[in-house]
Design a protein around this ligand. Structure first.
Ligand code: 3EB
Length: 358
């Protein structure tokens, strides 16, 4: 059993709930506040504007109901601590939202440094996630989606995105993971308000971390971007049976470690597309087959300023030569000089059954 991602127009999510609820692992909705109605399906609701089409956008992660080996197609829902999750025989999708206000400022044991409520909330969320997936045997990390309020604001002497990075890495270090090779794909976006909200996908099969030859590993960023580096890979490649899935992290106008084209949103969009093509080419090289490509791929596009929407869409249309398949969301990118960030998940069927690690 595998998985299929569907971006459903919101009216279908509502009206045809019976058609997907029984096999949905999770749902992510932008600008919809009434997620409670899909009670068994873990979901996060992100309160931020959708910039095109319907004013509500939803992504539903479906468990593939055409099992390749007659195994049962059942999904099981449960929760532990603040985590709500659902799993099938390969994958676990979970969500956790924590209110920073329930964490008070404290000291971190190792360094004696002040730790902000956001850092503590992040560390707590990630510790809970690692404990759950390790306990259940879905311990391989594929993808994390992180959303927090006011990501570029400074408090406790540190930008909030950087506080988040400290909390995330602390939790990773406490879990017994090989930090060199086990980074998940991720994104981290800022919203105007709301709790720290994290969605994640983990599973039983090991995935391969993919890096981008045009960029240095985020894990190796120099100190100018914060005291603790971001813990994510540029993409993860999951190959299970004949199905391969490439989870591409939030990708922005960064070459090496430096932001390119400050205050030119069109040029940032073009640079981001070059980065997406580069990470896809690297994934194809690792896979040993040129199966992934940017065309026909559904993109999630985060734009800092709604006024830039037309310019971003025009660049996507020019680069992709035709109809684009995308969701446009207003969000703050985690560096103040980045105006746009794009992420995607691509699935394909392969000839071989396994990833040949280069
Ligand atoms: C970057 O490339 C832009 O901290 O999880 C992209 C994807 C970014 C994920 C994260 C941050 C994260 O550094 C920012």
């Amino acid at each position: 059993m595998g998985m299929k991602i569907e971006c459903m127009p919101f009216p279908d999510v509502r009206r045809q709930a019976q058609a997907w609820q029984d096999r949905a692992l999770g749902i992510v909705c932008f600008n919809e506040s009434n997620l409670g109605s899909f009670n068994e399906v873990p979901g996060i609701h992100l309160n931020t504007p959708v910039l095109a089409g319907e004013d509500i956008a939803c992504e539903v992660w479906l468990s593939d109901t055409s099992p390749r080996n007659n195994s049962s197609s059942d999904v099981v829902s449960s929760n532990k601590g603040a985590i709500q999750y659902r799993l099938n025989d390969e994958l676990l999708f979970g969500v956790i939202s924590l209110d920073e206000l329930t964490f008070s400022q404290g000291q971190t044991q190792q360094t004696g440094n002040e730790s902000s409520p956001l850092q503590q909330a992040t560390e707590s969320a990630y510790r809970q996630i690692f404990a759950l997936i390790d306990e259940l045997g879905y311990s391989n990390l594929y993808r994390f989606w992180n959303y927090l309020a006011d990501i570029n604001d400074i408090s406790h002497g540190l930008e909030r995105y950087r506080q988040f990075n400290v909390g995330r890495k602390n939790a990773l270090m406490q879990s017994s993971r090989d930090l060199g090779s086990e980074m998940p794909a991720a994104c981290a976006l800022g919203l105007a308000n709301g709790p720290l909200s994290i969605a994640f996908l983990a599973g039983k099969t090991k995935a391969v971390a993919i890096e981008n030859p045009r960029q240095i590993k985020a894990y190796d960023y120099p100190e100018q971007y914060g005291p603790i580096t971001p813990s994510f890979s540029r993409a993860t490649l999951l190959h299970s049976g004949k199905q391969a899935t490439l989870f591409i992290s939030g990708t922005a106008s960064i070459v090496g470690h430096q932001t390119q084209h400050t205050s030119d949103v069109a040029a940032q969009t073009r640079e981001t597309l070059l980065n997406l093509d580069a990470v896809i080419a690297e994934a194809n090289r690792v896979l040993g087959q040129p199966r992934f490509n940017l065309h026909d791929t559904f993109l999630r596009v985060y734009i800092r300023y709604p006024k830039d929407f037309n310019a971003v869409r025009a660049e996507l249309q020019r680069y992709l030569k035709g109809e684009i398949n995308a969701m446009f969301i207003q969000a703050d990118i985690c560096r103040h000089d980045l105006l746009v960030e794009i992420e995607a998940t691509i699935q394909c069927v392969t000839e071989f059954d396994r990833v040949e690690v280069a």
